[in-house]
Design a binder for this molecule. Structure first.
Ligand code: ASP
Length: 600
């Protein structure tokens, strides 16, 4: 049946010059030139200029005088080429215009709380309060369409490879992924609660026991943790699990998926192939973090062995106390002023470091190290080092004349935290973070467990279902901290896109891991009894991964926060400004749920 509102989209007008069409959408802008009225009509497809000429259609022109921004209108007219010299190359329909014959206002609009044109600088809380209007802005429409295309691509790709999509429940039992659970009280069972899944982890493993072999789901996950720019209390993962696979099979699949997704959706962005595969220890050593931005070098190097015998007390004490001295070179930054250097020191302090030692090597870039003398080494601490020690440090940092060396000395974690962030800061300052390059990489061989000092216990680095390497299993009894996990992280440009692992499919090992993680026998039975039992009924070897869709789309959209690619996100403090959630509930509802609120 013909559509009574429109025959075409705005963006199709260019293909119908000389013909009559009807379009419908929103008034983006109105210009009244006395005689003529111009309207930029906007629909999802784009903009189209409409001309109302009282000589051509007096009634339509009268109606146009009433149109205001964001009024919803329908217009019928003829598409014409714009008069020479008035074309607008800025929009796809810039060569044509619609000469209105008939117009109808379908709905009015109150004045907008912010402009619809793509201007930044609108306060985010206003955008979130009026999210339905914010989503009307072309930039947000693009982001949502990109998200749709990413998910559609993933679904088609996996379907073609024999994966099946299976939905798993939202009302579930607690699943440990290292965060707090969102709980839902039960009306039918006083005092009992469902937990929203932190991920479908156990269910996808159970689906492997069921024999599905290749599962995926575009899954919503819920984690009640402190928010950061790239976190949301609920977020979306491509959750995936496969039977009869090793690490390489899962990583190869990911590499193929992401390579073809990039080629299809973002061909203008360069990627590096094959995706680098690095060990956890190597990336901590070279970049100070397990989610390195590999678009640039600025690699860290440990100089502890060079400086441990130097005259410089700060370095010596740090090393003697079990710490390390590490640094990197900022190329061409030897001419940084005192003030600029002080900023860097401040940057390090704000990230938990005690400070930073800076050392500027005088001379043009590319100069020879043999000519280096101590009077060319500008630093508050030059006098504590011999020229040989300085040369060694410069060499270790792959630096040279013209560079600024930056060192931190402390416990290894502090040094790595500070320097990894400073490395990013310097890359930004030096313009090394190319927005048209995405370097995907896999990080492997993490420790299975890490010691939790406060809790005086072992914690899983990933989650408790991750398999240890077979050859490391004896270490579970003797030195659990040295057991390597069959875990992999998938990172891109400094973001962790996903984690995954080959899982434990032997119930005895799974039980052993639970007890090493200090779960009591009773807790193991209560929380994981179903899984342990399932592993005893012919569980196949299996593994999987779960790339975060929000972060991926954020990177592809060139945005720097995931709220820009989620239709209705929460604020950083986990509230919804549009509906005002979370909110109080009535006394009746509480009673029905057998709940009473505590005073504090
Ligand atoms: N469930 C894990 C997570 O959400 C991913 C995985 O191991 O597949 O991080």
């Amino acid at each position: 049946m013909a559509n009574r509102y429109r025959t075409h989209n705005c963006s199709e007008a260019g293909r119908h010059i000389g013909r009559g069409i009807s379009v419908a959408g929103w008034v983006n802008r109105r210009r009244d030139h006395g005689g003529l009225i111009f309207i930029d009509l906007r629909d999802r497809s784009g903009l189209l200029q409409v001309v109302f000429n009282p000589q051509v259609a007096a009634e339509a022109h009268r109606i146009a005088t009433e149109m205001r921004p964001e009024y919803v209108v329908r217009i019928t007219g003829e598409v014409a080429r714009r008069p020479a010299g008035t074309e607008n190359p800025g929009i796809p329909t810039g060569e044509v215009e619609l000469i209105a014959r008939e117009a109808e206002i379908l709905n009015a609009s109150r004045p907008m709380p912010f402009p619809m044109s793509d201007e930044s600088g609108i306060d985010e809380s206003v955008r979130l309060k009026y999210r339905y209007l914010d989503l009307r802005r072309p930039q947000m429409q693009q982001n949502m369409m990109l998200r749709h295309r990413v998910i559609k691509f993933i679904r088609d790709f996996l379907d073609a490879r024999g994966f099946i999509e299976i939905e798993t429940p939202i009302l579930l039992k607690s699943t440990p992924e290292g965060a707090r659970d969102y709980l839902v009280p039960s009306r039918l069972y006083p005092g009992k609660f469902y937990a929203l899944p932190q991920s479908p982890q156990q269910l996808k493993q159970l689906l492997m026991v069921s024999g599905f072999e290749k599962y995926y789901q575009i899954a919503r996950c819920f984690r009640d943790e402190d928010q950061r720019a790239d976190r949301q209390p609920e977020f979306t993962q491509l959750d995936l699990e496969m039977s009869f696979v090793d690490e390489e099979n899962v990583l190869d699949l990911m590499e193929e998926l992401f390579t073809s997704l990039m080629a299809e959706l973002k061909p203008e962005i360069r990627i590096v192939k094959p995706f680098p595969r690095l060990s956890y220890h190597e990336v901590i050593e070279r970049f100070g973090t397990d989610k390195p931005d590999l678009r640039f070098g600025l690699e860290l190097a440990d100089v502890s062995d060079i400086v441990e015998d130097s005259e410089f007390g700060v370095f010596r004490t740090a090393i003697a106390g079990g710490g390390i001295v590490k640094g990197f070179a900022a190329p061409g930054c030897a001419d940084y002023s005192r003030k600029q250097q002080a900023e860097l020191v401040e940057f390090a302090r704000a990230r938990g470091g005690k400070g930073l030692v800076t050392m500027a090597i005088e001379g043009g870039q590319g100069g020879s190290l043999d000519d280096l003398t101590l009077d060319k080494v500008h630093s508050a601490v030059t006098r504590f080092f011999t020229i040989d020690q300085v040369r060694e440090m410069v060499k270790r940092l792959h630096a040279g004349p013209g560079d600024l060396l930056l060192f931190a000395a402390d416990k290894a974690e502090v040094v790595n935290t500070v320097l990894s962030q400073l490395r990013l800061e310097m890359a930004n300052r030096l313009g090394l973070t190319d927005p048209n390059l995405m370097v995907f990489a896999f990080i492997q061989d993490h420790p299975l467990m890490e010691w939790n000092q406060e809790g005086n216990r072992w914690d899983s680095m990933h989650h408790p279902f991750t398999a240890p390497y077979d050859e490391d299993i004896p270490l579970l009894d003797t030195d659990p901290g040295r057991v390597r996990a069959r875990h992999y992280d998938f990172v891109c440009n400094g973001y962790e896109l996903s984690s995954g692992s080959i899982r434990i499919h032997d119930s005895r090992i799974q039980e052993k891991i639970f007890s090493l993680l200090s779960y009591s026998d009773e807790e193991i039975r209560e929380r994981f009894g179903h899984l342990l039992e399932a592993l005893e009924f012919g569980a196949p070897p299996h593994g999987g991964i779960a790339p975060g869709i929000d972060r991926l789309v954020m990177l592809l959209a060139g945005e720097d926060n995931i709220r820009e690619v989620i239709a209705f996100p929460k604020t950083k403090s986990a509230t919804d400004l549009m509906t005002n959630a979370p909110d109080a509930v009535s006394e009746d509802q509480l009673r029905e749920l057998h709940l009473r609120l505590r005073a504090h």
